[in-house]
Design a binder for this molecule. Structure first.
Ligand SMILES: [Zn+2]
Length: 238
């Protein structure tokens, strides 16, 4: 089978990573949706970095859940497979999903990049030196401030990653599309899901609540991903 899976914050929430929405998402009385913007970084880069460092640490301490494991297992059994995740954490990778089968369309929280030039580095193991610093680091190449390698609200998606999704879609329709743990508020998520499922493909939505994608799904599973996905995957591969 040719399979596309799309995941969002709901999948990571079950590993204890708070979503941006709702009061649980608040950090020191700040709304993360307002911190994750170029404007917030321009106004107070130190504050934005503090939030991202805390979030990195939280992700390091978290473990992949049954949904991540089920998706990695499905990838092993598919003829062709791509995961498009809106999550910037590394839980899909730690569950065993190979990098070449995954697109992190909103970036990677462990990447630190320059806010001006194309310098970047993955900071997973370097965090402790930075955590002690009370200042925001500057680019070694051009001296501009460095920032987290994620896509902020109002920013463009990374072209290279969009191209990987487009290339996968161009190679043919999918037999199965699963969209899990995302409210699908971004138009491109709905667009990719619909294009991938084509004329005859199955489109399964896994989400406790109704979303803007629900009307297009061939199957609705109103359960959390960590409960529903292991069962769905077991049924598919047996
Ligand atoms: Zn630079």
């Amino acid at each position: 089978m040719r399979i596309l899976v799309i995941t969002g914050a709901g999948v990571s929430a079950e590993s204890g990573i708070p979503t941006f929405r709702g009061k649980d998402g608040y950090w020191r009385n700040f709304d993360p949706a307002k911190l994750a913007t170029p404007e917030a970084f321009a106004r107070d880069p130190k504050l934005v970095w503090e939030w991202y460092r805390e979030r990195r640490q939280r992700i390091r301490n978290a473990e992949p859940n049954a949904a991540h494991t089920a998706i990695a297992k499905l990838a092993e059994h598919a003829r062709e497979f791509l995961l498009v995740t809106q999550n910037v954490d590394d839980l899909h990778a730690r569950a065993g999903l190979p990098k070449e089968k995954m697109v992190q369309i909103h970036g990677d929280i462990f990447v630190t990049k320059c806010s001006r030039c194309d310098w970047s580095r993955r900071d997973y193991d370097h965090e402790h030196e930075h955590e002690q610093e009370d200042i925001v680091s500057k680019c070694a190449r051009c001296d501009a401030l460095v920032r987290p390698g994620v896509v902020w609200f109002g920013e463009q998606l990374p072209w290279s990653e969009v191209k990987r999704v487009e290339d996968f879609l161009d190679r043919g329709d999918c037999d199965l599309v699963i969209v899990a743990g995302t409210t699908a508020t971004f138009g491109y998520i709905i667009d990719w899901a619909l294009r991938a499922s084509g004329d005859g493909g199955e489109l399964i939505e896994v989400n406790p609540e109704e979303t803007s994608l629900s009307q297009f799904a061939t199957q609705l599973v109103r359960e959390p991903a960590a409960i529903a996905l292991p069962r769905i995957v077991d049924q598919l591969i047996c």
